[in-house]
Design a protein around this ligand. Structure first.
Ligand SMILES: Nc1ncnc2c1ncn2[C@@H]1O[C@H](COP(=O)(O)OP(=O)(O)OP(=O)(O)O)[C@@H](O)[C@H]1O
Ligand SMILES: [Mg+2]
Length: 232
């Protein structure tokens, strides 16, 4: 469904990503783990189209999208949950969710019922301003906003950041349920060991802007194998 081939990208004249080859198959949950500053956000932004590669290609659903801007990738079915979440604090929960409707144009339907089922707190608080919610609730709102238009691929940047552990665990579980029940493919980046273990079917390791390893199956249940690539 998603393929990066020989991707290089950076900011101005500063190269960050180098020779990134990554693929995600439909229905998978794939993680990319790495320490602070290795380039995880840069990778996710390059997939979404906020950063244009200086070399290499990004292919989505069989189509070369390397030169396509973010809003076109959204219409093709990419949903994006940025690291800072970026919900609209002065809009209500419901108004925030409506902002998500533009993703996946021509998609079959809107998923308000499902979103409120997975995140009942959003139904309870639908008339409350987004900015008054806790960090964990705002993360749920950001996920729900990206999910409401039924994207084919969800891009999730460090869902655990700044959120208390019990909610982090719940969000990992929710993402697995969404993947199983809706068939949504997920690519996420993280440096939280537990989230990687709980969520990923398969995980790449990133160091200094390049992918240096890939773990699945047994290796993903081996904490030491994961911790090698994290600051733990
Ligand atoms: N807008 C920017 N302009 C210039 N350099 C940037 C910019 N954003 C990030 N960088 C640099 O690019 C490198 C990779 O940053 P990136 O945000 O992708 O890392 P990360 O793995 O997401 O880190 P974290 O775990 O802290 O979120 C860092 O050296 C960072 O300082
Ligand atoms: Mg980041």
């Amino acid at each position: 469904m998603l393929e990066l081939d020989g991707v290089r990208a950076g900011y101005g004249s500063t190269p960050i990503l180098r020779d990134v080859d990554l693929s995600v198959t439909e229905g998978e949950i794939v993680g990319v783990m790495g320490k602070n500053g290795v380039g995880k956000t840069t990778l996710i932004r390059t997939v979404m189209g906020q950063l244009e590669p200086t070399e290499g290609t990004v292919t989505f659903d069989g189509e070369d999208v390397t030169d396509r801007p973010p809003h076109e990738r959204a219409r093709l079915g990419m949903g994006y949950i940025p690291q800072a979440r970026e919900i609209f604090p002065d809009l209500t929960v419901e108004q925030n969710l409506r902002m998500g409707e533009t993703v996946n144009e021509g998609g079959d339907r809107l998923l308000y019922d499902e979103v409120f089922e997975y995140f009942p707190i959003l139904a309870e608080r639908r008339d409350q301003d987004g900015g008054t919610m806790s960090g964990g609730q705002q993360q749920m709102l950001a996920i729900a906003r990206a999910l409401v238009a039924n994207p084919d691929l969800l891009l999730l940047d460090e869902p655990s950041e700044g959120i208390q552990p019990s909610i982090v665990e719940q969000i990992s579980e929710d993402m697995r349920t969404i993947n199983e029940e809706l068939g949504t493919t997920i690519l996420f980046v993280e440096q939280n060991l537990q989230v990687i273990r709980d969520m990923a079917d398969r995980c790449y390791a990133m160091e200094r802007g390049t992918l240096v390893d890939q773990l699945d199956g047994d290796a993903l249940s081996d904490e030491d194998a994961i911790a090698e690539y994290l600051a733990v």
